[in-house]
Design a protein around this ligand. Sequence first.
Ligand code: MG
Length: 162
Amino acid sequence: MMQRIGFGMDVHRLAPGESLWLGGILVPSDMGTVAHSDGDVLLHALCDALLGAAKLGDIGSNFPDTSDEFKNIDSKILLERSCQMVKARGWQVVNVDATLALQQPKVRPYIAEMETVMARIMGIDAGQVSVKATTTEKLGFEGRREGVTAYAVVLLAVANGW
Ligand code: MG
């Protein structure tokens, strides 16, 4: 089996006065995520996609939010560690495709930087990372600005297997 696909999703609550980290970028916003870590839903969904593709459990089993080690941790470190675990099993990341669902703020101006940061952490080219964003037409918890959701899909291939 030369390729594996992985899927991840994550949700965090939004509250006033919190920071909004998305894709490793601090996005200016009147509301941010409430979390044990920095609450970066996009990186958390990506970690789950990577770990899932390699059948290595999930972010909760590998980096428990009950552990002080991971309190307020920079999610870029979680992504780096997840990626190291995947690579240690002989996989390379072919591409990432992700979608953010949130009503506000508009994140389009930050997407290219998110892709660059995520690619750098994974040791791949920014051309292999796609981040998209959508509102939910003011429907549901994202539309009411109660929370933000991220979805990510990853394709892995055997390293040097092409
Ligand atoms: Mg999370």
